[in-house]
Write a protein that binds this ligand. Structure first.
Ligand SMILES: Cc1cc2nc3c(=O)[nH]c(=O)nc-3n(C[C@H](O)[C@H](O)[C@H](O)COP(=O)(O)OP(=O)(O)OC[C@H]3O[C@@H](n4cnc5c(N)ncnc54)[C@H](O)[C@@H]3O)c2cc1C
Length: 389
């Protein structure tokens, strides 16, 4: 087989890239190791920056998002038993949209199917060859046979555990990492959200987040130890602990219910540099991971794809490789700012087991400063709604 771009992975970054390139008449083949249903079943992110929404519009996959997505003009931070609102719209003129990753994925898959672009699901043992040479190729197994695709470029959109980053020689890649000493225990429940906007809770027992997926479905998180298992957290225990961490008024409005999904996610910051090696370009989680506190993972995948799709379109339509040469530096500059913001939100809002009395006092002072300062709130708001790209 032959195509212009092989995209490894059909998560949000791979599907969005495929769609933006297809709109410009560029051929792609997507290889995904899991089944379509498996990919659609993964419960993950839910907060979209305006830039992400704009890219989905450009990709022709935003119609349902605009119908069903919930536009949020602010968020709340609960501290010392009180809720404080940060007004994104007033501070930055921008908003975010709550629309779940599973639906973003579904819309992009449907848009891809509508144009008849090629996707191989359950592609086995995907391997990348000659990525920095003249004949980049990707091999994979399907239907009991081995297939090979020749291409101009490969986009590694295969997430943190994918094969693309691992194809790079170890001495050509630098990894920067921070492992946080806790995780997030998440519960999905068919109950209306407790509030119209997300509530980030700082409490001496640990962080909590009241979030939502739609007007009838809520998502709650509790900071937990990294070594805990979901079996340690029956529903009753979860609701009891969440109630303890909420301010009295919010706690009174809480509608507990039977969990329809429960999982524990470890918190990690990770960046691999460079994001380009020869004709291989990494995008999204294959190159970087952030803790979900700043709602940046999916949005960073989208901004990488924004830079990469523009560079590839320039290469094919105008014969210029300047965008491809600049891709890694441009993407990484934005990635590191989001890594900083996600780290900052995480360290400010969570309880760190090793924190000294001094650390806790400084953290409380930081929150009080934030909640009393328009300048500090503007800084949070402009990062939360998404830095420009
Ligand atoms: C449990 C969890 C919860 C999260 N919650 C949030 C959140 O609340 N907010 C937020 O902003 N972000 C969150 N994220 C992060 C967000 O979901 C990711 O940043 C986003 O999915 C990145 O998209 P991606 O397409 O780059 O990678 P992925 O979504 O990981 O997609 C990669 C795709 O590549 C496929 N693949 C992997 N290896 C191979 C291979 N060898 N061959 C072929 N295909 C392969 C995978 O099956 C997958 O479909 C969460 C992530 C996780 C894991």
């Amino acid at each position: 087989m032959r195509t212009q771009i092989v995209i490894v992975g059909s998560g949000p970054s791979g599907l969005l890239l495929g769609q933006l390139l297809a709109k410009a008449g560029i051929d792609t083949i997507i290889l995904e190791q899991k089944s379509k249903d498996y990919v659609l079943g993964r419960i993950r992110a839910g907060v979209l920056e305006q830039g992400t929404v704009a890219l989905l519009e450009e990709a022709g996959a935003a119609e349902r998002l605009h119908r069903e997505g919930l536009v949020h003009e602010g968020t709340e931070i609960a501290f010392d038993g009180m809720r404080h609102r940060i007004d994104f719209k007033a501070l930055t003129g921008k908003t975010v949209t709550v629309y779940v990753q599973t639906e973003v994925t579904r819309d992009l898959m449907e848009a891809r199917a509508a144009i008849g672009a090629s996707t191989w699901y359950e592609a086995l043992s995907v391997s990348l060859h000659d990525v920095d040479g003249r004949r980049p190729r990707v091999r994979f197994g399907a239907n009991g046979e081995t297939h090979e695709i020749e291409c101009d470029y490969i986009a590694g959109c295969d997430g943190f555990h994918g094969v693309s980053r691992r194809t790079l020689p170890e001495d050509r890649i630098s990894a920067y990492e921070r492992v946080y000493p806790f995780g997030w225990l998440g519960v999905l429940v068919d109950k209306p959200p407790i509030s119209d906007e997300l509530i980030y809770v700082n409490h001496e027992r640990g962080f909590a987040l009241c979030s939502m997926r739609s007007k009838s479905r809520s998502r709650y998180y509790l900071q937990c130890r990294s070594d805990e298992h979901i079996e340690d957290w029956p529903d009753d225990k979860f609701w009891e602990e969440l109630t303890r961490r909420l301010d009295p008024e919010t706690a009174r409005n809480l509608q507990p219910g039977a969990s329809i999904e429960k999982s524990i996610a470890p918190l990690l910051s990770f960046v691999a540099e460079p994001m380009r090696f020869g004709n291989l370009f990494l995008a999204g989680d294959s190159a970087h991971i952030v803790p979900p506190t700043g709602a940046k993972g999916l949005n960073l995948a989208a901004s990488d794809v924004g830079y990469l799709s523009a560079a590839l379109i320039d290469r094919y339509k105008r014969g210029s490789t300047a965008g491809l040469e600049a891709y890694a530096d441009r993407a990484l500059a934005r990635v590191w700012k989001a890594v900083r913001f996600s780290w900052w939100m995480t360290q400010m809002l969570h309880r760190f087991p090793e924190a000294s009395g001094f650390d806790r006092k400084v953290r409380a002072a930081e929150l009080k400063y934030l909640l009393g300062s328009k300048a500090a709130q503007t800084s949070l708001a402009e990062n939360y709604v998404g830095l420009p790209y």
